[in-house]
Design a protein. Structure first.
Ligand SMILES: Cc1cc2nc3c(=O)[nH]c(=O)nc-3n(C[C@H](O)[C@H](O)[C@H](O)COP(=O)(O)OP(=O)(O)OC[C@H]3O[C@@H](n4cnc5c(N)ncnc54)[C@H](O)[C@@H]3O)c2cc1C
Length: 503
């Protein structure tokens, strides 16, 4: 008897723990809702709602095959212990989970219990994230070979026993307040397949051109991120499906084929980034709480302006593109990469807010919250990694470039609905038409300059480069270094604007 413990891998296809278990005995298919996890500050109502919908979708798939998902509520060690005693369980199968600090500590407790109880816990590598990696050399090759392994297909029939499920707790009982919003993406593997299909057949044609504007990205990006976060798709499945589609494009004109191939290659690189960023958290758990670069610890710790934080959260900064993006994110749970980066850049440079409260608020909003990507990205965009180029996004420039007609802004900032496209990017210049919309929270140019000078001053500090080098050796992607000449310390210090390591 064995348990297959589902975590952030709510699917049947390409599920190695399940695949292996089906060959080795009778299984209990288990998901544990852990109330304490749901009380952590990075989790929110919308995540729980999406989880419940994903569990229902998985159960429907299982039912079609004559099986049932057993849902238990409580502490994992207790539940695994009770089930093991009652059903004489010998082995537990799951993926290695690289998630938040709470799940990491829970896994340490489970490991202790498994060892004491004399059971076996067989954990499988999740996507391309390697546990106990000694360094990043060759990681990319490892990732590609992982992606090219055969898909794990479960047999048509296998043996399970049905263990009675407990009632799914209401969000209220877990302390999760309904945010009153019901516009989120659909859950489950069926929906994930539909999304991938529409991305490969038409939505993704102009992926690389359309991904930067919040107007076009919503449809041109795959929108698979919540499915990866909850595991209704494996990264390998998607990588291989895209590869196969790319090979079957010979019927297209040269121009169309080249266009699609460009989209697919760019998309596949992002699948690699997905694992690259989670690998950082796997290798250094403190990324969730502490600035990566030791010389940048303390940078903003003492200066949290609560009014600035609140206005940023509410989408009331007086910069239309920032506010439109924030309001759209609150309402839909998704915004494209560039606008995520701009929101963090504005909060951490212009408003000089520490990345930690920013990251928690955004984690709550992103339906696709994935700690490994999230904390690495928030730190990168707020300049605390020390190995990435400093990018301070100018919200007016972003607005002019990515929403020149003001369509996106008018949709999300109705106060400005009546402004002309020439006015809408800088509404404070037409004060009689502002309709209650606030004046800018800070002066864009001086706030940007101020932040840049503080950061670059620190980067000049003795020992900064050496610490950055250590961070790069541990976490930096080696991919681009193969193509670009390495810069040395002297070129870093003289340029000051860019850092020598690419990420
Ligand atoms: C501050 C900040 C926080 C972020 N937090 C998250 C997060 O919590 N969860 C999350 O999944 N993504 C996060 N991202 C990365 C990225 O914005 C999203 O993955 C992407 O917007 C999801 O939309 P999509 O699935 O349509 O992406 P697509 O463009 O279709 O890309 C396909 C997949 O590739 C991966 N991917 C794409 N871009 C990146 C990237 N820059 N880094 C790592 N992986 C990437 C994702 O898994 C994505 O689903 C964050 C980015 C920033 C700047």
């Amino acid at each position: 008897m064995q348990i297959v413990w589902f975590k952030h891998d709510l699917r049947l296809r390409d599920h190695e723990p399940l695949f292996t278990a089906t060959k080795n005995g009778i299984s209990i298919l288990l998901y544990i809702i852990e109330p304490e996890l749901w009380r952590q500050p990075d989790l929110s109502f919308r995540h729980y709602d999406y989880l419940v919908r994903s569990l229902c979708a998985l159960d429907v798939e299982l039912k079609k095959k004559g099986h049932k998902l057993s849902i238990k509520v409580g502490d994992a060690v207790k539940i695994l212990g009770d089930l093991s005693r009652k059903h004489n369980v010998k082995r537990i199968y799951s993926y290695k989970e690289t998630w938040n600090s709470w799940t990491r500590k829970r896994d340490i407790r489970v490991k202790d219990w498994v060892n004491n109880a004399g059971l076996k816990w067989i954990e499988f590598q999740h996507n391309g994230v390697v546990r106990n990696l000694s360094n990043r050399n060759g990681w990319s090759n490892l990732w590609y070979s992982e992606m090219r392994k055969p898909i794990a297909l479960i047999p048509a029939t296998f043996d399970t026993i049905r263990v009675k499920s407990q009632e799914i707790p209401s969000p209220d009982s877990l302390g999760l307040n309904h945010d009153g919003i019901n516009e989120f993406q659909k859950a489950g593997s069926f929906e994930a397949n539909q999304l991938l299909e529409s991305f490969m057949s038409h939505r993704g044609r102009l992926y690389t051109y359309a991904m930067s504007s919040p107007l076009t990205a919503r449809s041109a990006c795959s929108r698979l991120s919540p499915h990866f976060s909850f595991g209704s798709f494996s990264i390998r499945q998607v990588f291989q499906t895209i590869d196969n589609r790319n090979k079957s494009l010979s019927y297209l004109s040269d121009q169309d084929r080249r266009g699609w191939t460009k989209s697919f290659r760019s998309f596949q690189s992002r699948l690699r980034w997905h694992c690259h960023f989670i690998q950082k958290l796997e290798d250094e758990h403190s990324i969730e709480f502490e600035s990566l670069h030791p010389d940048l610890v303390g940078l903003r710790e003492d200066s949290l302006n609560l009014e600035f934080l609140e206005r940023w959260k509410l989408g009331l900064t007086g910069y239309p593109m920032i506010d439109a993006c924030m309001r759209s994110l609150v309402q839909t749970g998704w915004i494209n990469f560039r606008m995520r980066a701009m929101l963090v850049s504005f909060a951490s440079y212009h408003l000089w807010l520490h990345w930690r409260p920013i990251s928690i608020y955004l984690a709550n909003l992103f339906l696709d919250y994935e700690p490994g990507i999230h904390y690495s990205q928030v730190q990168m965009q707020s300049g605390t990694t020390g190995i990435n180029a400093i990018r301070i996004y100018n919200p007016i420039k972003q607005s002019l470039e990515h929403d020149p007609e003001g369509v996106f802004i008018r949709r999300w900032v109705p106060e400005l609905r009546d402004m002309k496209k020439e006015e809408i990017h800088e509404p404070w210049k037409t004060p009689d038409k502002m309709n209650g919309y606030p004046v800018p929270i800070v002066d864009e140019k001086s706030a940007r300059k101020n932040a840049a000078s503080k950061i670059f001053l620190l980067r000049k500090k003795t020992g900064f480069y050496e610490n950055s080098k250590k961070i790069f050796d541990k976490h930096g992607s080696r991919k681009k270094l193969l193509k670009r000449p390495k810069k040395n310390k002297a070129s870093f210090i003289s340029s000051q604007k860019q850092f020598s390591f690419e990420n």
